[in-house]
Design a binder for this molecule. Sequence first.
Ligand code: ADP
Length: 257
Amino acid sequence: NFSIQLESKSNDELGELVESIQLLANELNHLKTERNEFLASISHELRTPLTYIKGYSEVAKRDHLGLEERLSYLNVITEETTKMTTLVTELMQLAQLDNNTFTIQKEFFSVCESLKKISQRLLPTFKQAGIKLLTVCPENIHIHADPVRFEQIVVNLLENARNYSPEGTSTTIEVAKKDAEIKISIHDQGKGIPSNDVPFIFERFYRVDKSRSRELGGTGLGLSIVKELVDAHHWEIEVSSKTNKGTTFTIIARGEL
Ligand code: ADP
């Protein structure tokens, strides 16, 4: 409970108070609208796979189907279930990041070793997509970061590079240290992001090409998670992109390195 003593206030002070309350009310309304939009997006995103699952499970139950046809319907159901699982996992990550109790657990570790581990894990999927994955990392660079979160940032950026690049291109991870700054850039030769879209790509559910993203199992949440993790480290992230030429995301880590 709080109380406001109005009697002793001058008109000027009262005016200021009314203004502050008005600003607070505007902010609350804005948050309410944002929350409603977020809930509407989540409902929509969950509805799409559910519609497929319902439709295909009905069709798969029909008597006269051959085994192959039935299996193809069941495959759709599996794929859509996987998409829902990814969506729910990412929503849980965002909820955790929004929670005030969220903490990052920093330790010193070798950037190159961590990147090597991540590349090895993702290499088969890059091979399958016909994209080269290269790493340029001078040894002995240590970073003060949460290793699990660091991995999450890099994996999300690499998965995007792979998803939005055509066969025969390369994705390069490059690390450079200058004074108290480490720059980690992930460069692809993919389709790029139109300059009009760039300011919005870190927003939740924002996608340049919705159907392409969905086809690839994307949720539109990856970059918003990346941004929150980068913020939690008090780092920066920059993006530069040219349509049909490629995109570079650069993480700039400063401070205690
Ligand atoms: P998604 O799950 O759709 O990949 P993200 O939040 O990771 O969601 O990215 C948002 C959108 O930004 C993507 O849908 C895509 O349109 C665009 N995008 C992200 N990374 C790249 C990239 N490396 N090249 C081209 N477009 C990208």
